[in-house]
Design a protein around this ligand. Structure first.
Ligand SMILES: [Zn+2]
Ligand SMILES: [Zn+2]
Length: 269
């Protein structure tokens, strides 16, 4: 019964997307050219975020880590933000991915994550030799922020921020998981999209104050997997606002043995 219903639903979705393509041909969200949601010219014109900062106080730094005074309030080590949401095209692409499932957009947005992480890794590579060159005060200051998740990138476990079962059923897909899958495919890392479980979605976060957001998310996530044995985690999501969701995931992951936990998102909303 359930199975049949699923098939009918799936076929209806296929028919619907065929029908929508017929009346709304695929056009670039940037320039309107037909054929792709994000044409290669518009994709190339998107700027990666030039500077990372502490998400809490916005003080610029090299790796998006929380600075020491802000750290106290977070379990998350920091957040890597790939592009600027002020970029009209980035904002439109994220909204289109989330609300009108367009899988090719997930591919494009993952490409943004990938080129961004490549620059982070390059930066880490440049900073690393300074470790060996003796600790001049300047390099020491730099190295303090150098995440072990970047130094040992191969060791990371990639975890998409989950949706609750109910929300997943309603939306039909988890955009964070699609982003994570492409990311993992590119770097050949390991992904776990199963064991971090979101039990509930309460009121939409956007309507709440910052303090309410933290309370709102309390006990929303559980880790159902084995002990993480100090493994570093990269949590992937489409956007970050205050970081409350990422931080709640980090809290649960660290309670289950995770080492560093970093957020990686397309943009800050
Ligand atoms: Zn275009
Ligand atoms: Zn700070």
């Amino acid at each position: 019964m359930d199975f049949n219903f699923f098939n009918i639903k799936k076929n209806a979705e296929k028919f619907q997307s065929f029908f929508l393509d017929l009346i709304f041909p695929i056009e670039c969200l940037g320039c309107g050219r037909e054929g792709a949601w994000l044409c290669s010219a518009c994709f190339k014109a998107i700027n990666l975020k030039p500077e990372q900062y502490c998400l809490n106080c916005k003080k610029p730094n090299d790796f998006g880590q929380f600075c020491p005074p802000c750290r106290i309030n977070y379990d998350l080590d920091g957040v890597w933000i790939a592009a600027l949401y002020d970029d009209r095209l980035v904002a439109r692409a994220i909204k289109s991915l989330k609300y009108y499932f367009v899988s090719s957009l997930a591919g494009d947005l993952s490409k943004l994550l990938i080129s961004f992480v490549d620059t982070l890794l390059e930066q880490a590579r440049i900073v690393r030799p300074e470790l060996a060159a003796g600790l001049a005060w300047r390099s020491f200051r730099k190295i303090q922020g150098l995440p072990s998740a970047l130094l040992n990138f191969k060791g990371n476990l990639i975890v998409p921020v989950p949706l609750s079962k109910k929300r997943l059923r309603w939306r039909g897909f988890n955009q964070a998981e699609i982003l994570a899958r492409t990311f993992v495919g590119h770097y050949g890392r390991e992904m776990n999209g199963r064991d971090l479980v979101r039990l509930k979605h309460k009121k939409p976060q956007a309507k709440l104050s910052e303090a309410e957001r933290l309370y709102n998310l309390k006990d929303c996530f559980v880790w159902r997997g084995a002990d993480l044995g100090k493994r570093n985690i990269i949590l992937i999501d489409d956007v970050v606002t205050t970081g409350a969701t990422l931080n709640e995931c980090a809290k649960v992951l660290k309670a289950n043995g995770a080492g560093e936990v970093w957020g990686l998102v397309v943009a800050k909303g």
